[in-house]
Ligand binder design. Structure first.
Ligand code: NAI
Ligand code: A1CAB
Length: 269
């Protein structure tokens, strides 16, 4: 598309989104404007992806049709208050910060600004992101579609009401971290069983990827898919019994409950 998309802050999440955007061809690289306070990062992104580095946050804000705020939650409001007067009045401002509400963003940017809260995740880097989108009342249906198109270009995107964002953070925003721990633990066990380390990661990661694809593609209940693996008196049911004994489900549910509680607390701070 011909529009310009700007990034304020270019850390782990912006880098994943920019890689996804460039690889999908959704935006021409030159129409991706990046400003991070670390000059080396802007230069690195220009060399790697051919994006246009910004001279300042205000310059990027003044040029962007779609502006993504991607700094840490605790500095988001102060960073955008310095930019508010530069942002184009009809630009879409997308915040990806956890725990920063649309109301607090609007209190800085003004009630007339088109604002979207999005919650992406790092698999955007490999075109497998999952992003929730929550627009304010100023964002038109066509603009919501545009935002979906952008996030769909490197994964999947769905519109959710703002109160559901805490659950989205737990189920997809933060989720890659728990899955990486799971893969690491599975690989450690495989190494214990004699598999070389590199192969252990390969087998474990491919098994996780394949299982996820089965849930997404088959439409079957995860329990039915689990039952298909468990042969009577076999190996899998032994592992399943031990996972239940160790409280695997409960550990996942309670950890995600803490994640959601943290997201709620951040929204009130
Ligand atoms: N990392 C993740 O998996 C996800 C992160 N998020 C959200 O994305 C946001 C960014 O997170 P990360 O990329 O992980 O953080 P990060 O710390 O890797 O990146 C933040 C970047 O902002 C830059 N920065 C700070 N102040 C600035 C300023 N005034 N002007 C320009 N650049 C500035 C920093 O130099 C840094 O490169 C957070 O609000 C987080 O809640 C959302 C979903 C997933
Ligand atoms: O840990 C965090 O606060 C951010 C939000 C979702 C993933 N990372």
């Amino acid at each position: 598309m011909e529009k310009k998309i700007g990034f304020i802050g270019c850390g782990n999440m912006s880098k994943a989104i920019i890689a996804g955007l460039v690889n999908s061809g959704c935006f021409e690289s030159k129409n991706i404007l990046v400003f991070d306070r670390k000059a080396a990062t802007n230069q690195e992104m220009q060399e790697k992806f051919g994006i246009t580095p910004g001279n300042s946050a205000n310059q990027v804000a003044a040029e962007a049709d779609i502006l993504i705020g991607a700094v840490k939650p605790n500095v988001m409001l102060s960073v955008i208050s310095d930019l508010a007067s530069s942002i184009k009045p009809d630009a879409l401002f997308i915040s990806i910060a956890a725990g920063v509400t649309i109301a607090s963003l609007a209190s800085v940017l003004g009630d007339g600004q088109k604002i979207v809260r999005a919650m992406p995740n790092t698999p955007s880097l490999v075109g497998e992101g999952m992003t929730s989108i929550t627009p304010n009342a100023q964002v038109s249906k066509a603009e919501i579609q545009l935002v979906q198109e952008i996030f769909n270009s490197f994964g999947k995107a769905a519109v959710v009401p703002e109160y559901q964002i805490h659950a989205v953070v737990a189920a997809s925003g933060s989720a890659p971290a728990y899955v990486f721990i799971l893969i690491e633990a599975m690989a450690d066990a495989a190494v214990l069983g004699g598999l070389p380390r590199a192969q252990a990661y390969h087998f474990a990661a491919q098994a996780v990827k394949g299982a996820a694809e089965m849930v997404l593609e088959s439409g079957k209940h995860p329990a039915a898919l689990k039952d298909m693996v468990c042969s009577p008196g076999g190996t899998t049911i032994e592992a399943v019994r031990k996972l239940e004994d160790k409280g695997f489900r409960s550990a996942v549910i309670e950890s995600m409950q803490h994640c959601m509680a943290r997201s709620e607390t951040m929204s009130r701070d």
